[in-house]
Design a protein around this ligand. Sequence first.
Ligand SMILES: [Zn+2]
Length: 224
Amino acid sequence: MEQQNLTIKKITGKIKLLTGLHIGAGSETIEIGGIDNPVIKDPRTGLPYIPGSSIKGKMRSLLETSEKKFGGKDKDKNGPCNCGKIDCLICKVFGNTNKDSKTGITRAVFRDCFLDDESIRMLNERNLTATEAKMENTIDRIRGTAYNPRTTERVIAGLSFDFEIALRILSGDDEKQIKEFIKKGLNLLQMDALGGSGSRGYGKIKFDKLMYDGKNMEIAENAQ
Ligand SMILES: [Zn+2]
């Protein structure tokens, strides 16, 4: 492949939690205190964070649904698009493993999002913890009884995380098209939910103070 110029454009902002957020730590994590379903935490601080991979994965699947792009004819029809075609924004922006890929490097790098200073200050001032435990039952519809009670940990509503995507723009790229595609994804994410139990109302977020390359970036409130 010929040598291409690379420019990095940063998208920064805040992710504000409008409802509690649950991004699971995985079953290999042992939590002290009787929580069945802990949230993922930064081992350095013990505070919850949002892995960049969680945002990337959710945004990709929402855009794939919206663009009607899936695995296609291959065995995993509902899997991620892996066409590797030069004009496929999903494969170009989020990456693919197609051996004949024409898309080049993955354009969007999603950083892990940590609690912002203001949220940490607020927690300290009010003597609050960043997470809460919610008891959840599965309801037996026939007997009308609850069974299998589990405690799920979630990050409390009202906290904000610092958000960043690094966009790699190559010389042949249509920067505006890639930017608009990311904006659409951010908007879909805002209308949908992040993390687990979205259908129970968890993980409603709002992007705030979004900047593209140091300039204000608006994403439409209710656009489809
Ligand atoms: Zn594709």
